[in-house]
Design a protein around this ligand. Sequence first.
Ligand code: ADQ
Length: 451
Amino acid sequence: MSGRLIVVSNRIPTEAQPSGGLVVALHDCLTTEGGVWIGTSGTPVEKPEPKLREIARGDYTRMVFDISPSEQEGYYLGYANSVLWPLFHRRADLVHLRPDYADNYLAVNARLADMLAEFAGPDDLLWIHDYHFLPLAKLLRDRGVSCRIGFFLHIPFPVVADILALPQANDLKDWVAAYDVFGVQTKGDVGRVMAHYRDDPHAIFDTQGHMVALNNGAAPRHFPIGIDAREFASLAQTHEADISLALTLGQKLVLGVDRLDYSKGLVHRFEGFAAYLDARKPDTPKATLLQIAPPSREDVDAYRDIRTELEQTAGTINGAHSELDWTPIRYIRRAVDRDMLAGVYRRADVAMVTPLADGMNLVAKEFVAAQNPENPGVLILSHFAGAAEQLTDALMVNPYDTAEVGAAVEQALTMPRSERQDRHAALFDNVMREDISWWTQSYLSALRGTS
Ligand code: ADQ
């Protein structure tokens, strides 16, 4: 008899119809495959019981477990988001090391491993998501769990030099090697995982220097995550007319959509846009940068700092460049309804997706899917987004080079329609082909051992 698919992620959807890239993807996957989705309950409780609690049953079952307030601080805000997140996004300078962070991270993972060891059978497939649960396979194997266990890392895998800033650098090797399938977003990530295992007895390399096996499992593989491009394209078409932007005649719209996170390069983006304003030729259209960036993880200092810095930068640029009928940067600090977002993407002439480090970046793919192929907008994309490996027909930029970013804005705003159409056709083809169901099926066949 074939077993269940059991998915584990820190957050799970709480409403019947979930929204948001990854959550929608896994929801669709579990609706088709059936199975169980396990995550944290979202509200810390003083004395968490080592028990999985069923909260909903339908096409698939949702189960949650509790964490305590000190675990919320140490495991989630601490080790996950003040150690691993900055380290994996090349910001070792923002890493905040405290022994109790690592203790809480391991305690939450160990408690979850106890619960899963009781719950999972030998024929089940366990699919673990993201940096919150890196040690799980190792802890499960220690408890005698024998089913196949896969992992998918949504964020970049770090370079070796940065990993050395982690007191648990050696443990990380054991954690990764315990998975049957260790999935990452890009070929670049695969290379960095391999570099981490040079001269390590866990890994076997062939004579060409390619890793063929890691411990007993397969070598790490890349599975670039996609979106439901068909659905997003139709959403954008339906909602384009609902959008009222109050731009003056002839004014162009440049769009940025991100969680407010230092990895997204928002300050550099604003400075790049200012470089376009400074160098703007008289015949280049006036453009407004609409930046939608709802705050996230505000309990972590680095997130409060980036917010202040961004607001000051926007104020300075607007002070220098605004005119009576034109504010160059409009900054919206809240989430926008998904339908509206799709409509705004379609109305935008240019999207700036310029992270300093990003696992994939779904906004780049959503923007491409949302365009009108007859008169498409232009995507400006950072080399440092995972999406850059697939979306090679975007205008590629180095986000640190603000003059280059400014020149790309100018080029995008003046690009002839035929070039926009050609670039968009190639991007659209990729986004439609390597979509979310392609991603889930590729991963699941690797986890089942059939590819
Ligand atoms: P994120 O860092 O959250 O995801 P991203 O891939 O861009 O980044 O996904 C963000 C999602 O949230 C998109 O679907 C977007 O539409 C939505 N969103 C962003 N800002 C919004 C706003 N203001 N209002 C409404 N919706 C908004 C992590 C990794 C990424 C990786 C994904 C999936 O950091 O690199 O691509 O997981 O693996």
